[in-house]
Design a protein around this ligand. Sequence first.
Ligand code: SF4
Ligand code: SF4
Ligand code: FES
Length: 983
Amino acid sequence: MPTLTIDGRTVTVRDGATILDAARAAAIEVPTLCWYPKLPVVGSCRLCLVSVDGAPKLQAACATPATDGMTVATESADAVTNRRSVLALLLERYPVQPLTARLDAARDTGHHLNEFERYLQRYGVRPGPAAGRELPLRGGDTRPGDPMIRHDMSTCILCTRCVRACADIQQVGVLDVAWRGQHAEIVVGGDGDPDHASCTWCGECVRVCPTGAIHEVLPLERFTQDQIDAPEKVVRSVCPYCGVGCQLDLHVRDNSVMRVTSPWIEDDTPNIGSTCVKGRFGYDFTLHRDRLARPLIRRGWVKRDGRWVYEGPGGADRRGGPWRTMTQEGAQPKASAPARSVGKKLRDLPVVERITQDLRDRAATPADWYAPFREATWDEALELAAQELTRIHRGHGPAAMAVFQSAKCTNEENYLLQRLFRAAFGTNNVDHCTRLCHSTSVSAMGDALATAAASGSMREIEDACDVIFIAGANTTETHPVFGAAIKRAHARGAQLIVADPRRTELAGRADIHLQMQPGTDVALFNAMLHHILALGLEDRDFIARRTTGFDAVRQAVEAYTPERAAAITGVSADLIRRAAERYARGPNTSTLWAMGLTQHLAGHDMVASLLNLILATGMIGRWGAAMLPVRGQNNVQGASDMGGIPFVYPDYQPVGDLAVRAKFAAAWGVAPEALSTTPGLKVTEMAREGSPVRALFIMGENPIISDPDIAHAEAWFASVEFLAVQDLFLTETARYADVVLPGASFAEKTGTFANTERRIQLAHKAIEPPGQARADWEILVDLSNRVGLPTAFRSPSDVMEEIRRVAPAWAGVSYPRLEGGGLQYPVPEDGHPGTAFLFEERFPTSDGRAVFHAIEFAAKGELPDEEYPFVMGTGRQLYHWHTGTMSRRSKGLDAREPTATVEINPADAADLAIRDGDIVRITSRRNSMLISARISDRVARRQVFVPFHFREAAANLLTSPVLEPHAKMAALKVCAVRIDRPD
Ligand code: SF4
Ligand code: SF4
Ligand code: FES
């Protein structure tokens, strides 16, 4: 390891380090422009040149290796002279104004400067007069009309950071340097259209640009550049969308989020400096005019003699309104979706969509939805909620009570809500959207491993695994920052195998794409294991030491020859063999899956057979061999960890265990008998015909859009005895409520979230909620006390103190320890560093061994037939999230994907004479709706894909309510449909 002297300081660095690395290690700032951490070094700007004793000329600090005994002067006279001339040269093509004014303002008032301007200030370099310059201002692609990112290439200094960040970090390559010499400029793809260049609007280019030549436009709609440059405060938070859990810095002014940036690339965060389009540009829903600012009470509820009584209309009108049902919405005529390549410009949208001039109006809450409600005080709303919950509990017992928790709310809020329903009402009818997400993973992993969380970390996929096997996960759209990490791993040489009926972006890049028929995964995985055993590639030592039950699996997979599986799956036997060999040879194979695997009638079996593959090859329990069920929502992991599941208390402690019950009863100040030992109903059992539930409390979920077979769900919600909804907006579900409680968005409260790799992260409150809206944890504390459950927490960190006392895996978690990168649980005691990967020595089963389960393939679910010849799958898109309540109210996101579409294979579209943008009717055995066609070869023939974000064409109108037997998961990935042209 070389030791050198820099500016008189002695520093020792690792072999291979550069002079710049050494200077940074010694806390000496050498100016750089083309260099950026983690990007390939190009050494082109020459700003970092330093003097090295004995060297005949200045050396580029970013590109020159540090050597033992070297003596470096970073601010020698020669180095400074060089920097001044480099900066002066760059200014030769730079606009004089507003630069001069900004530099003056910075000198006089401390005005914020960008990176380039700071160097100008530091070295006293000023732009000369514009007149007499030999070269014109620089040009380049400007992205006119783009709702999120624009270019002002006159201020580009050609450092090429944006080009390298797009290519190397995001692995996309939208930007390039066109032309040469004095004509060189940054261009967007081949024709200036970012859509054609596969841009994902992640904003990585905005982040790395040192001059602001590439900049975001949303903040400029509300603030001046000066205001943007000088936020009142910058607050660390966590992205409200997906389970990657990117940390975000919220720039605040006038009690609003002015812009969002990502933490420094070298900070220890899950996103290592990146975000996707949703995290960086999808924050303005917090400001949307639809935000609920006061509690609402359904008209008809009046207070008589100190009690609330309902005197409104009864029967079908009791809970209805003047709105269209979801079925009626689906049948409404629609405008065509704009062609993908012009989806970004308002002026290119169909006329019908343009009339209001506000893109968000389409997704806004219609005025008539408010008609059945009146605004109320918090006292009224909580008094009514407490009265009715207590009355129904007294009259009908715990079975009549139920709660939907929220995978969007914090751990503390989820803890408080299940505590309220379990302790005050003695019910375990406590569940959340994990039921429709990874519940089959939880049941299969519970059987095999006695765990429900990922074994490893996202970082090890990028850094340490040799083979990445992805089953049913469209990671680059649903978890984009993790998707980019997977692409980087692939670029460094990791093999990529994707099992997916759709040709997703990763499937397109994969070394092997197993494009099987939907629902045939068990046959595929069994055949892979069959071939692995045939070649003797299983890990016999791991099987012998760490598992039980293998012989039954060996026997079960014997019949699944690759040829037989090929007949079932449609994947060639040869490809199955290649995938199996590659998987087993690793040496480190990581396995990822998501809802493409879990949302099937055989979802449990599919995950169980995949676990057999993992265990038989020993691909778990070491760094680089991760098992990652990729979690959907930003806190679906935490909502589960906090007991938002009908059969476990927080930290997965069974409700039927009397010692566990005693512990929670003591913590919550109730008698043990007040807590039920009977597992409760699951989400998919609560809101359906025949359910005993009479009082339902929903926090931050919108089941009318997200649950299967909407028409029946809507009928149930219209008839429930009492419904309270706590949310940011009057959602499709909230419009049926008796009481609506306005909660706070992620930016408006402090609390913790757990991401897909078990990382607990702390988000700080940045702004106040609108009007009288309150942080959800405050509402729940208030309601707990009103229903008679003494609850004295004064802050979210107070709640965390109780959580750590009852949840062993969280015992070492405290707010001060979560600052920075957070902690991956288990964190069993104070000072414990957290756990990056699990199961190195043993599994959490009673004997420490994982358990194999023999699984047979059976064709389950709706099969296509002559009348319904297509298989429809549902899922998410890059620009939207879940039921669209947040993303469709975010201007930039909505502009990118303004309308619902059904993806149809080009050959099928040709057969049906359907063109891109045509309105088609899609019909299942349950319902029918109109939707715009998008012709795409991402779907195979006879398969279609419908995102579930759009209420005007809600995919779940069509899906089947039949449930998977183990976890009560809905089969959202397989639904037989017919496609027609409407009359
Ligand atoms: S646009 Fe910005 S990041 Fe890209 S080359 Fe120009 S100055 Fe550098
Ligand atoms: S990858 Fe997920 S967590 Fe990260 S910014 Fe995008 S949506 Fe947010
Ligand atoms: S930063 Fe070293 S040459 Fe540009």
